[in-house]
Design a protein around this ligand. Structure first.
Ligand code: HEC
Length: 292
């Protein structure tokens, strides 16, 4: 079974949507007040692996990562699985030219004096010759099976091979790594590492952080964000009157511990889990488990 290109694209969009909505959530929560990172981290922790993995992908301000090499899972894998694996993948019965492109050792193996992929050298890689072949009848994928790869796709494969043609497991299986903090100028505003990501993007957009909100606004935002419901007048009044230093901390703790928090965010995480089901488990199963 193969992944048609439209499907990969839709999933790519979903992925982007998910990451950016996460970013908005984090930044909204961060801007509820000059709140310290503890609560945000708590919020992230509760959302387990998916969020941890996603948070490592919090984009640096646009432009910061321009010249990095393509990412295998995000950029390369969709091209290969959508266009090539039906004939050069795990299924031995459908395999052509005794070539597997889903396994690095096979793709880079010596084939009597040349290599399909020569890591670090796209010019010498047969794969690049085949996808850029001038004559339609000789190119890959075969003309009756699919259109030519686009210039952008070809460039991604070139850059990936030139930068070493590393294969990486699906991101869900790669341990989360701490991201490097982006540089910011208004350092004094930052109270937690997550603030720094938010501020970097604000500075990139030439925006200043908003002033801290009033207590009435804060309590309303906390309730709506974490439980989906506004506070009762009593809850609101209690918080507004509570001038102790940890009032905000206790409010957030209380909301995180409430069943309504789980109900509200459970809906969102179930959508994400459904995504992981079709583009995580299934893909990984197909690619990495079915050796034949
Ligand atoms: C519909 C089946 C099919 C698809 C899809 C397909 N190929 Fe092929 N491929 C073949 C066949 C058949 C051959 C052997 C015939 C030939 O060499 O012309 C081959 C040969 C090759 C070779 C040469 C192997 C050698 O020993 O020199 C390369 C490289 C290659 N394909 C790369 C790709 C790439 C990259 C893609 C995806 C962009 C792709 N193929 C998609 C069927 C396919």
């Amino acid at each position: 079974m193969t992944y048609p290109a439209e499907r990969t694209t839709t999933l790519g969009l979903l992925d982007t949507f998910f990451i950016s909505s996460l970013r908005i959530k984090v930044s909204r929560i961060a801007s509820l007040s000059n709140l310290n990172s503890f609560y945000i981290l708590n919020f992230l922790k509760l959302s387990l692996g998916l969020v941890i993995a996603a948070s490592t992908m919090l984009p640096l301000p646009a432009g910061a990562a321009e010249n990095s090499s393509p990412d295998f899972g995000r950029d390369v894998m969709p091209i290969l699985s959508g266009n090539c694996f039906s004939c050069h993948g795990a299924d031995a019965n459908k395999r052509e030219a005794k070539l597997r492109l889903d396994l690095r050792e096979d793709a880079v193996a010596d084939r009597d004096g040349y290599q399909v992929i020569m890591p670090g050298n796209s010019e010498m890689s047969e794969l690049i010759h085949m996808i850029t072949e001038e004559y339609d009848e000789d190119r890959m994928p075969p003309p009756e099976k699919g259109p030519r790869l686009t210039e952008a796709q070809i460039n991604i494969l070139r850059q990936w091979i030139d930068s070493g043609a590393e294969y990486k497991p699906h991101w869900a299986f790669v341990p989360a790594q701490r991201s490097q903090l982006p540089p910011v100028s208004k350092k004094r505003w930052v109270k937690s590492p997550i603030d720094q990501f938010v501020l970097a993007q604000l500075e990139f957009e030439k925006l200043s952080p908003a002033k801290p909100a009033s207590r009435e606004t804060l309590v309303r935002r906390a309730y709506l964000d974490l439980t989906g419901l506004p506070p009762s007048p009593e809850d609101s009044a209690t918080f507004v009157a509570d001038k102790s230093r940890d009032a905000w901390a206790r409010l957030v703790e209380k909301l995180l511990a409430s069943p309504q928090y789980g109900e509200r965010w459970g809906r969102h995480w179930l959508d994400v889990a459904r995504y992981a089901d079709s583009s995580g488990f299934e893909t990984v199963y197909r690619t990495y488990s079915r050796e034949s």
